[in-house]
Design a protein around this ligand. Sequence first.
Ligand SMILES: [Zn+2]
Length: 319
Amino acid sequence: MTAENESTPGLREQVAGASDYLAGESPNIVPHGPVWRQALADATEAIRRGWHVFPIGRAKLPAIRSPHRDDPPGTPKCRGECGRPGHGVHDATDDEQRLAELFATAPHATGYGIACGRGPLPLLGVDLDRKNGVDGVASLRALADEHGFTIEPTTAIATPSGGWHLWFTGPADARVPNSAGKLGPGIDVRGYGGYLVGPGSWTSRGVYRFAEPHPVAPIPTALLDLIVPAPLPRRTVTVGRTRSAALTGLVKYVLDSREGQRNERLYWAAQTAFKEGRQRGIAPQAITGAMAEAAALIGLSESEARHTIESAYKSRNAR
Ligand SMILES: [Zn+2]
């Protein structure tokens, strides 16, 4: 996103635009009509802010039917590789010409979706529902109190049902997953593969509109940590392609070492592995690789591990 994209005046203009549009309460939905034109204009504006967008219809679903709807069952899933439009969020584009083509294919479009998790500063949506006795806004506040983070002012979209979409940018490499209600009641997360209904979009329940014209803030780290759980400590070692159960067991024996027994266990496991490997046709290199990897995981230095594994290899016939 460029500095221009984040400039508040641009956002204010769009707030005004959305309000004007709201004045017509029951828009006349005709193919390529005023609502369609407004949706295309808003979607084009979103591209200029750095987002990837595609047309949606009144039910908030992609407005272009799948070209694969008549494919026989079992046909491999296409995510747009065929080049035709109609792949939902996979249609999303940041090219204005392509967007115009998509809208031309979708005469009944009444809005646009913004793909999440794309580009160098991927958009992440925190969807706060406020209906049926659930208050996602209160849930998020409680979460922030509990984990000691604050929600800085950021772009907020008001949904027709009284909820909010908070927009954040995430780090480029984080493949933030979509989730529903996982963080707390009424809190959904739109990440990679998900999309947000763009402000200005008309749906059968009403119009989505800018509520807080702030630039999009980076997601609080503590909140991101809650959304993307830290990877479990890597406790698996692949044993080449041999998939030997015996070798896997020996690797596990090394991984389970406590301080003070690591070298001893590595030595015994490597020695046994080399002996068994000869009978089972497992290459010594595969064993050395697996043992070295296991040794690194339990914190042995590379030279220490190499020395132990070499000694085990030399002594493999001694037992
Ligand atoms: Zn396709």
